[in-house]
Design a protein around this ligand. Structure first.
Ligand SMILES: [Zn+2]
Length: 476
């Protein structure tokens, strides 16, 4: 096995095995840091292929690294496998949860992890058969949806010696990715006051809820004097129990986002001052509970162009009439105008909706674009040149994190996108082993974009990942 075609064929011939893995994970959706099933399945598959496993990275039982080979270059494939709450869905084109309120793969991470695993395995087979030196890794990264896994893994230094990282995300278009995502801080602010009978002796009480409300008011006034791109949102997770009891405890949960990590640092510092001010005004005390934080994504144009050209060579995904009809039914399950608005937000014509599934490779359209969301891929992208590709795994312009994505992630539409992604990633990886100058170019770009500044974790010292107790117990 020495040619590109043979590498893609290696994956093609084993597609039944990879589809079975993706389906099994789809059928057993688990939330971030609790993805014991997916972790077990991936670990078993990689062990079978002769990979060495490093389990339990960063104190997370569902984080692991699988490695094969020796020496350089060292190329890492990043996989994810967490599900989302409330997105359970039957394997059908109309909305109907399999388990009411249950989790589901509404971001297609059952496909994400499996394609990255398949790419790592095929590259291993290729390295072995062609007698090349080099190391290939697969990173089982938990809890992407809560922006935890890769940030804690990065703090352990597991990405430090990579020459490049390769990953992808299920999407509605096939192409290389040059866009970015917002950096973010995720913090809970808890206020402690003094309870009292709200009717009888309110003068004796000090309301923690007042502190939460004043903090939110302060932050809302701060918006006028923040950069345009800042996105700050909160929910009150504890506002007291009854109107006639002055709440002694209250909590508000904030996400602070901006296009660059340094901007988030500045905004969070101001939000913290407002929280302290609220405590001062209400004579309550403040406790901060940082849940996590992540970097913005640093795109790598050299790698994106390389992968995009490879995808063009691989050619479009072909769909059957039944698959197009299935996708059309999914689209029609969303409120009228939803998909049109999603397209417009990306600067795309509404006529794209005439085709429910776009199998062709579309030109890269997101250079310079910063998406409002965040991903922990960002932290890896500041450590090593990081490639992301998109492949079609769901219908055109349907909302992210939706039942529609769960639906198509469990059937042939998702499987076809997964296979294209694994081939594109494997071939891009192989190209890097074959030509050191491609790695040099990608690394020069990273150096230029970061001005050579080393990555520093956004996590406060000593912060531990919030692994559920039962998962910790299972790992012992
Ligand atoms: Zn995702």
């Amino acid at each position: 096995m020495v040619t590109n075609e043979e590498l893609a064929e290696w994956i093609e011939e084993r597609q039944g095995r990879f589809v079975a893995v993706a389906n099994e994970i789809w059928e057993k959706p688990q939330l971030g840091l609790g993805e014991t099933e997916a972790c077990k399945i991936h670990t078993a598959e990689l062990t079978k292929e002769g990979f060495r496993i490093t389990p339990n990275i960063g104190g997370m039982p569902t984080a692991f690294m699988a490695e094969w080979g020796s020496g350089s270059p060292i190329i890492g494939f990043l996989g994810e496998y967490d599900a989302l709450p409330g997105l359970s869905q039957k394997n059908q084109a109309t909305q109907d949860p399999l388990v009411d309120g249950g989790p589901g793969h509404g971001c297609g991470h059952n496909l994400l992890g499996t394609a990255a695993m398949a790419a790592a395995m095929s590259v291993k087979a290729w390295l072995e058969q062609s007698g090349r030196t080099g190391t290939v890794r697969y990173y089982g990264c938990p809890a992407e949806e809560t922006l935890i896994g890769k940030v804690y893994m990065a703090r352990e230094g597991v990405f430090d010696d990579l020459d490049a990282a390769i990953t992808w995300h299920p999407s509605d278009f096939n192409n290389g990715v040059k866009g970015s995502c917002n950096a973010m801080d995720n913090i809970k602010f808890r206020f402690h006051g003094k309870t009292a009978h709200a009717g009888g002796n309110p003068e004796q009480g000090r309301s923690a809820l007042d502190a939460v409300e004043l903090m939110n008011t302060g932050v809302n006034y701060m918006r006028e004097h923040s950069i345009q791109e800042a996105r700050i949102h909160y929910v009150i997770t504890n506002g007291g129990g009854a109107p006639n009891v002055v709440p002694a405890e209250a909590e508000v949960w904030y996400y602070v986002r901006a296009p660059k990590r340094s901007q988030v640092n500045e905004l969070t510092a101001r939000v913290r001052k407002i929280a302290q001010g609220a405590a001062l005004m209400t004579e309550t005390t403040l406790e901060e509970d940082m849940q996590g934080g992540c970097f913005d994504v640093l795109p790598n144009y050299a790698l994106a162009d390389l992968a995009h050209a490879i995808m063009e060579e691989l050619g479009p995904i072909e769909y059957t009439d039944e698959e197009q009809a299935y996708a059309k039914t999914v689209i029609s399950g969303f409120a009228p105008g939803t998909c049109e608005l999603n397209l417009r937000a990306r600067g795309m014509p509404e006529s794209m909706l005439d085709t429910p599934l776009h199998g062709e490779i579309v030109p890269i359209y997101d250079a310079g674009h910063v998406s409002g969301g965040s991903t922990d891929v960002g932290d890896v992208s500041y450590i090593t040149p990081t490639l992301q590709v998109h492949t079609v795994c769901h219908p055109t312009a349907i909302p992210g994190h939706s039942w529609g994505i769960t639906a198509t992630s469990g059937m042939s539409i998702g499987h076809k996108g997964m296979l294209l992604a694994s081939k594109a990633m494997a071939l891009t990886g192989a190209a890097l082993y074959l030509d050191q100058s491609l790695i040099d170019q990608a690394q020069a770009e990273l150096k230029e974009r970061t001005s050579g500044r080393p990555y520093e974790t956004p996590l406060e010292p000593g912060l531990k990942p919030p692994v559920p107790k039962e998962v910790l117990a299972m790992a012992k």
